[in-house]
Design a protein around this ligand. Structure first.
Ligand code: ZN
Length: 420
């Protein structure tokens, strides 16, 4: 049973190698296409399945507690498509029918409250349908939080390792900046201190919200999660929050939720998905905003933004208003520095490197330019691609032999593809 013919043993291996080289080449030729067009993690299969499952769980629960009543009215199950049937039943609440039908009695739905519905005006019945929907939404949030709690340890430990990588990346960067030794150690100490005070929040479960320093910060976090992540948690956002006691980064579950149930379910997928967004949000906390002492000097960040606008392909607003884009450019710079630390690991296969980039950058695909953020395409095709160890660990100099590729950093710019 264990014997393979030579042919069987060799050909799959060869094809893997050929495939790896082909993927490497296509990435180096057009990184945006590989990350945003030929990316299996962006396919329809990955879209919202998990959310739909959780939504159904909340309908099922509402159905279960009101089963007897709903079955009497011929509703054998609830889902997005037939929720309107409850509304139709309520429309029929007139005094004569009320008692027979049962649907119009007080507090008829187990987990909702109302007065006699048969005496309600049309508009009030409409209002009651809304309270049912609100109730179902609460169930939804409850199931969502439970799911998040279930994977909480995995996500928290992923956050801790990204925080370590981030620390090492800033340490390396600060050492390379032209600053005095005492200035360097002051900046590093400050950054370390900030990182230690930073928590990740990705769910509104009680367990997660306990990370907040106090009740007030807890309620801020709760509201930010509900506002920024969308009512079904369907938005792939992240945010940095500067509260008094602690600092937080909010990472919407949509950044990784679909990976939790996939056959690819593994630490690699979750870590990779969180890499760019977590590092980017962490960097917001160490950006010299109001306080400027003990931070990387703003002049260096300004020079970096100026370089991005001037050296990388023009036509982006960063070329006209580098000052406005400083903070976001700085955050991407450190996110890319964290990515390059992982990607330059010699034990990683080409396939893993490209999978990692597809997972971690997919949230930026199709994102347009804003007043502060360059376009997603620019952030992938230029800023990520030209990061030295990303470019070199995928040997992209091979595909760029006839042109000079320059790379911007906080101290100026370098040529990437010479000297190999
Ligand atoms: Zn940002």
């Amino acid at each position: 049973m264990l014997a393979f013919s030579n042919e069987e043993l060799c050909s799959p291996l060869d094809s893997v190698e050929i495939d790896e080289e082909a993927r490497r080449k296509s990435f180096c030729k057009d990184p945006y296409k590989v990350i945003c067009q030929d990316n299996p993690y962006l396919s329809n299969d990955f879209e919202m399945k998990h959310e739909n499952k959780i939504e159904q769980m909340s309908y099922d629960y509402f159905y279960y507690v009101n089963k007897e009543l709903l079955q009497r009215h011929g509703i054998d199950g609830l889902h997005e498509g037939n929720i309107h049937r409850i509304k139709e039943l309520l429309k029929g609440c007139f005094p004569t029918r009320a008692e027979e039908e049962g649907i119009c009695e007080k507090s008829i739905f187990q987990n909702s409250f109302t007065d006699d519905l048969y005496s309600f005006q049309e508009v009030q019945k409409e209002e009651f349908t809304k309270t049912i929907k609100k109730r179902i939404k609460e169930e939804y949030l409850y199931y969502y939080s439970q799911t998040m709690d279930y994977y909480g340890d995995k996500i928290n430990s992923s956050f801790d390792s990204i925080k370590d990588l981030f620390h090492d990346a800033i340490k390396e960067e600060i050492q390379n900046l032209s600053l005095s030794d005492s200035k360097r150690s002051k900046i590093l100490k400050n950054y370390k201190n900030i990182l230690n005070k930073t928590e990740i929040i990705f769910s509104i479960s009680d367990k997660e919200l306990k990370k907040a320093a106090n009740k007030m910060e807890e309620s801020v976090l709760y509201n930010v999660l509900l506002d920024d992540c969308g009512e079904k948690f369907h938005l792939q956002n992240g945010a940095a929050l500067y509260e008094r006691e602690k600092k937080y980064i909010v990472i919407c579950p949509r950044n990784f939720i679909e990976l939790l149930k996939s056959p690819f379910e593994s630490t690699f997928e979750i870590n990779s998905s969180l890499l760019h967004i977590v590092a980017h949000e962490l960097a917001h906390h160490v950006f010299p905003k109001h306080e400027k002492d003990n931070f990387i000097p703003r002049e260096k960040i300004y020079k970096y933004a100026l370089c991005l606008g001037g050296v990388y392909p023009r036509g982006e607003s960063i070329a006209k208003r580098p000052h406005d884009y400083m903070e976001e450019a700085y955050c991407d710079y450190f996110a890319n520095k964290v990515i390059e630390r992982v990607i330059s690991n010699k034990n990683l296969r080409t396939k893993d490197k490209i999978d990692l980039l597809q997972l971690t950058m997919r949230g930026l695909c199709f994102v347009g330019e804003s007043k502060k953020h360059p376009r997603g395409r620019f952030r992938i095709k230029e800023m990520l691609y030209r990061h030295p160890k990303v470019f070199n660990s995928l040997k992209c100099y091979k595909e760029n032999q006839n042109k000079i590729i320059e790379s911007c950093h906080l101290e100026g710019r370098d040529i990437l593809n010479l000297g190999f």
